[in-house]
Structure formats: C-alpha cells, structure tokens
Write a protein that binds this ligand. Structure first.
Ligand code: HDE
Length: 710
C-alpha cells in the first residue's frame, strides 16, 4: 500500500508563515488541505471555501436587497452550514467521555524467553503509544468525577503491528459472559423512559440488575471503593482484566495478566469532594493530565506482568478464565517489565481522542487470547462498534489508528478510502511476483494462533468453576483499611438510598450478608432497614481468603507529595519571605503551588511586590487542591472572613481531611468557621520559613485521616 502523502508546508507559504492555519498530520491525511491564498500585502492566510475559493465576506449571507430573502446560490453559506450540521459523530456507546495522550513504552529487558512479541525483545527499546482514559456510563459531556470505572486503553504501535490493551482501572468486571454486556450497560446508563440519571449508578435500574446478578458482587466492592473516584488519571492503576497468553518462538505459552502501576502511587478523592469537583471543574481529570504533560511533568506507569503456567491455573482456587476474579499479587507477584510515559498532548481532540479506534482483537505475534468468555465476546464487539461510530470500514485510514510499521492488504474501496493501493492486482494468490503483484504471506513471521487443543459439546452453560461469587468480594473488603471500609459502606448507603424500591435495597443487603456481616449491618443500618433480610442463596459458601494488601489504595499511596498541588489562599500584605519559602519547599518536592486570591488580578505582598493569582476565590475552591495554605495578613483575614467562598475554602479543606498550612492571622478565622476547637495535627502553623518544609513533609501523607477516625 502506498505511503500516505503529508501536507507539504513547503508548497504552501501561508501554512508555513502562520501557525493558526497549520493542519496537523492528524487532520489532513493527504496533501489536500487546499492552497491557502495570500492576502494582499501580508502573510495572513486568506479564508477560503473547501474548494479553495477565496471568501470576500464571512459575516453576511447573500441576499436580495439588505432586508430581502437569502439567495440559494450562496455556495459559501450553504457549504458552511452543511458542514456544521454534520460535524457530530455518534459517541461511544460506553466510555463516551475520554481523554487521550501520546507517549511511549520503554522495555526494561528482553523477555524473549517468554514471548516473541517484538516490542519485548530488546532492552531500552521505545515503542510509541496512544492512551485514552475514560469513564464508562456517562455521555460525552458528563463530569469527570462521576463515581465510575475508568477505562485505561493503550494502543501500542509495535514494529509488528498494533497491540491494544483495552483495560480498566479495576481488575475485575461485573459479568462473566459477554452476552450480559448490553444488560449491565442498559441498567447502568440513564433509565430509558426519563433519560436520567446521567453518569451515575445511584438509581433503581442499576441496583435492580446488580442485586439479581450475584456474579457482580466482587466488582460491586471495587466500584463502591474509592477506586471509582480517582484523584486523577495519573494516580490510578490499569488492568488488562482478562487472562491472556504470551507465546515464545518455541510456541510455548505462559498465561499473563497485565497491570499498569502509577509511579506517583494511588490516590483518590473523597465522595463529598467528588460531588463538589463536578460542579467546580467538570474537566478536573482531563485538565490535570493536560497540565501535567504541558508542564513537562510526564505521567508514568510501569507495565507489570503476572505470569503463570497451566499447573498454577489448574491448582488456583478460581478459574483464571473468569473475569470476575483476580489472581492476588501475593500469590503471583507482579513483575515490572517496562514503563509507559505520556509526553505529548493531542493536537486535535476530535481527530485523535475521539477517532481513535481500540479493538481487543488487535494483538501481535507473541501475544494471544485465552478462552475467557468475556474477552471472546469483546473480540467480536469492538470492530462492530467502530464501524457504527466512525461510519466506514475504512476507519483505519483515519490518521490516529493505523500502525506505524509498514502494512499492506488487498482490502480496498468503501466510504472515505484514503489509502488506495496502486497497480493492477487486488487479489491473492496472483501470478505477478513482487511489484506490482502486491504483498505476500509470511509463514515464518506471520501471526499464528497458539494451538490450544479444544473440544466439547455445543452448550449454553456457565462453567461450575465460575460459581463462587462472594469469596473474593470478601477478600477485597477485608483487605481495605478501616477508613476505606468506612468509605465503601457509605458509598453503598448513598447509592442504595437513591433507589426508590425498598425491595432492591433489601436484596442488596442480603448479598452483603454473604460478604461480611458487619458491612451488611452498617449498610442495613444506614438505609434504615426495619428488618435485616436473610442472606442471599449462594451457589458456593463464602471462603475466608487471606487479605491482599495490594488491593488497598491507602497501603499503596504516595511516598511523596510529588505531582500534587497546594492551593495557597493569599491576601494583600502576605509575608513575601514565607511565600517564597513555601514555593521553594514545594519546588524541591516536585509539587505545585496555585495561587488563589480575592481577585484574579492578584495581591500586593508585604514588600510591595505584586503576586498574580491563578484563581479568584470563587473559582478556586479548596476541593481542587491536595492541600491548602492560608497565607493571609491580619487585615486580609478580616476581609476574607466576610466572604462565603473563603469560609467554604477552609471548611471544605477541614472536612476533606486535608493538611492546612496557615499564618497566625488565620487562627481567628478558624474560630469563625467553627473549627477553632477542632484543630489537630493536620493544621500546620507557618510562622517561619522552616515551617514551610515541615508543612510539605506532612503533606506526603496526602490526608490527615485521623481527623475522621480518631
Ligand atoms: Fe469494552 N467496549 N466491552 N470493556 N471498553 C467498548 O468499544 C464491550 C469491557 C473498555 O477509549 C466499545 O470503542 C463488550 C471490559 C474500554 O476508546 C464496545 C464487553 C473492559 C473502552 C465495548 C466489554 C472494557 C471500551 C464501545 C463485555 C475492561 C473504551 C466504544 C464483554 C477490560 C476504549 C468502543 C476507548 C469500549 C464492548 C467489557 C474496557 C461497545 C461487549 C471487561 C477502556 O465495543
């Protein structure tokens, strides 16, 4: 297949001279951007129609007399409106809201003994990637902090073709068989008659389905944990979920589960914060990723492999083909084999993040599927959904998705075919060797499926080995810290309290009784159940498995404050030395300082210098920050105390267990906000420069959890 030709800026002086008309490679796959005419006497490009005709007036449509009807012959108006009318494509049926970035995968050392996949052969080799993070249930415009699973889809452009790991930030799923996918998604999304609620599972249909689907109980524990309200994409894990295979040159297969481990550690927000972030900054997650990359603070994850053989799979107490189960890291350790770095934002959101097409069936020689019925169903679904969404079997011609290695097929024609082969032959076998006979099969290097032996009757049954639905749910719950268990119980109470049907609430509690009695009692109590139900019928009794510390966010939290952000509320008269000390303590930690002030213009510091703000207090509530510093003068404290937004700034930081650094003048303010008496070790007085370092050190814990439990 011929290589695509690119926009040639040398032939196009206007594109060369003015970046505002530059078309990214992503938006112009061939050299058809059109000649952009030179405006008389300047280097500003001329606005044209799609046909390249210069436009004289883009403000007024053509009409018969100044107050007369519009003329049908106004081809510029017609073309402009026509294009606008058609500029939307269907959003993804799930994972509609997403955000993508480019980067690379760097392999640590050769894994040739376990896989022949090209990207793992050589140490230090870098392979380009595109990653798209997403929520699942909400529509494209829904808020980032919805309680939801996050998609973590990685397209790796290897030298032997594209490999897509289309994963989530949770290692298990709701269902065991892909045939139930439309049901779980219908139940989770808006109810069909009313079209709401948007981007939340806190409604009858979801919990009705869940409470009738015991296999989802393990996933329920995960989604009600803080995993579904991550602080940002940078602080969450990713998982391939299913068991896959790695295959080496000898044809030997090793089972594998894929993990992405964030270098910055795990971190989530608390629910009350999530609710408020959705109002204050619905783009909180995408902004965080964008800002981090633009600042050169590139997010990083390590690729981890859990490797095991058939013997382990046979003796493991659950079925490795069951996507509602994990293999605990304590049983099969995660081997870190490389790193994923995101170092480039998209040029064009639509062309890249929206048009990228992930497919689970995109694998490369050296990787293979297992028989996980969920994975098998996905392999069917993704191609189908791309056709619907992107509108043509040629969706691979859109610039974001094709492999970066040479590729050659005999597929041709169809809507929007950009990559059109030259020559006479479009079939195979053909008798015209080499050019122009086209590509040939490659028996040696070509993809060959692992030759697993399969046999059996054609049946619709669920394997008996998939029948234990509660043991790992209990293991997850038991592996959480007390604070996390408390969050989980509260999340269940919140969600089930939004269910209007009492029978659904009670049915859910009957499942919880099979997971943990104390949890069931807490939730039953929180719901005000008059009577506890009986435990749900269980196909298998719940086993008491060993807790797995790897499942807790808090146990795997950050070891530093790197990559986090302090919101410093400043007033006129702020002590300039203290301010600089805080700034430099945060710089050394690799953390950020964002300035919030009564007015966005800024404040005048103690030495008469001017400090510009990033946010006015109304637009910079403390929920946007990992910790806060109140750097206010006596005078400033009096003025700020009268501001409701400033009072919320402090009250929320306190309620969300954040570390609060403060100048002496803020003390009176705490009294006013009703937290004077409650001051604890999470409050750090900033009297002198060394206190600023102490404050940043304290912030490494991210939250002062004792405020809640102590
Ligand atoms: Fe998906 N899923 N899925 N899914 N999924 C889609 O494909 C599907 C499942 C996941 O950023 C769709 O391009 C079925 C598990 C991500 O573009 C669709 C089943 C996991 C993304 C689809 C599942 C995922 C999708 C919709 C049950 C975690 C977003 C748009 C067997 C391992 C990728 C699209 C992106 C997207 C089908 C279950 C992850 C309809 C049938 C389990 C991250 O094809």
């Amino acid at each position: 297949m011929p290589k695509k030709s690119k926009t040639n800026s040398k032939q196009n002086p206007a594109i060369q001279k003015n970046k505002s008309v530059q078309y990214s490679d992503q938006t112009v796959p061939t050299g058809t951007a059109g000649e952009v005419h030179q405006a008389a006497g300047g280097d500003v490009p001329v606005l044209t129609t799609q046909q390249g005709v210069p436009v004289s007036d883009d403000q007024n449509s053509l009409r018969i007399g100044a107050r007369g009807p519009t003329a049908l012959e106004d081809f510029h108006f017609r073309e402009k409106i026509f294009h606008f009318d058609h500029e939307r494509i269907p959003e993804r049926v799930v994972h509609a809201r997403g955000f993508g970035a480019h980067g690379y995968f760097e392999n640590y050392q050769s894994l040739a003994d376990i896989t022949k996949a090209d990207l793992f052969q050589r140490a230090k080799e870098k392979t380009p990637v595109f990653v798209r993070f997403s929520t699942v249930a909400g529509n494209k415009g829904s808020p980032d902090l919805a309680r939801d699973v996050r998609g973590f889809a990685v397209k790796i452009y290897t030298k032997q073709g594209n490999w897509d790991i289309v994963g989530n930030n949770i290692p298990v799923f709701f269902i065991q068989d892909a045939i139930k996918f439309p049901d779980i998604i219908h139940a989770a999304k808006q109810e069909p008659d009313r079209g709401f609620p948007q981007a939340q599972t806190a409604h009858d249909n979801f919990w009705d389905f869940i409470s009738l689907t015991p296999e989802s109980m393990h996933m329920v524990m995960w989604i009600m944990s803080d995993r579904t309200i991550p602080r940002s994409f940078r602080f969450m894990e990713g998982f391939g979920v299913h068991t896959f295979r790695l295959v080496n040159t000898e044809g030997k297969s090793t089972f594998v589960k894929f993990h992405w481990k964030p270098k910055l550690g795990l971190q989530s927000v608390v629910w009350n914060e999530a609710v408020k972030i959705n109002g204050a900054d619905p783009d909180f997650h995408r902004r965080d990723l964008w800002d981090a990359i633009k600042m050169g603070d590139y997010p990083e994850w390590e690729l981890g492999l859990q490797l095991f053989d058939d013997a382990f799979a046979d003796k493991f107490e659950f079925d490795v083909l069951d996507a509602t189960k994990i293999v605990p890291e304590e049983e099969v350790p995660v081997r870190r084999v490389g790193r994923l770095v995101l170092d480039r934002c998209v040029d064009n959101f639509f062309a890249e993040t929206e048009q990228v097409a992930f497919c689970t069936q995109n694998i490369v020689p050296g990787i293979d599927f297992s028989n996980d019925p969920l994975l098998q169903g996905r392999n069917f679904s993704y191609l189908d959904t791309q056709l619907k969404r992107l509108g043509s079997p040629n969706f691979m011609h859109l610039p974001i998705s094709p492999p970066k290695c040479p590729f050659a097929t005999f597929q041709h024609d169809g809507h929007m075919a950009f990559l059109n082969p030259k020559g006479r032959v479009n079939y195979e076998p053909n008798s015209r060797g080499g050019e122009p006979g086209g590509p040939r099969e490659a028996p040696e290097q070509g993809f060959r499926s692992y030759s697993a032996e399969e046999e059996g009757a054609k049946v619709r049954v669920r394997s008996e080995t998939f029948a234990d639905h509660y043991s790992q749910a209990r293991q997850f719950y038991k592996s959480q810290t007390k604070v996390e268990q408390n969050h989980l119980a509260k999340a269940l109470v919140f969600e089930l309290s939004k269910c209007e049907t009492p029978a659904i609430r009670s049915r859910m509690v009957s499942h919880l009784l099979n997971i943990d009695e104390q949890l069931a009692k807490e939730v039953g109590g929180g719901l005000g159940l008059k009577e506890m139900p009986k435990p749900a019928d269980a196909a298998r009794p719940t086993k008491d498995l060993k807790p797995s510390p790897a499942l807790s966010i808090h146990v795997n939290g950050p070891k530093s404050f790197k990559g986090r952000k302090v919101g410093a509320l400043l007033s006129d008269g702020v002590d300039i030395k203290l301010f600089h000390a805080l700034k430099s303590a945060l710089d050394s930690e690799g953390a950020l300082l964002e300035i919030v002030a009564p007015k966005v213009g800024g404040v005048e510091a103690s030495d008469g210098s001017w400090i510009e703000a990033k946010q006015a207090i109304e637009g910079g509530p403390s929920i946007l920050y990992d910790a806060v510093a109140l750097m206010i003068s006596e005078q400033g404290a009096k003025l700020l105390m009268a501001e409701p937004a400033a009072r919320d700034f402090v009250a929320d930081a306190f309620a969300h267990m954040k570390f609060i650094g403060h100048t002496p003048a803020a003390t009176a303010w705490f009294e006013k906000a009703g937290i004077g008496e409650k001051r604890d070790e999470g409050f750090i007085a900033l009297n002198n420069e060394s206190d600023c370092s102490a404050f940043v050190s304290a912030c490494r814990q991210v939250r002062y959890w004792d405020r809640r439990t102590g």
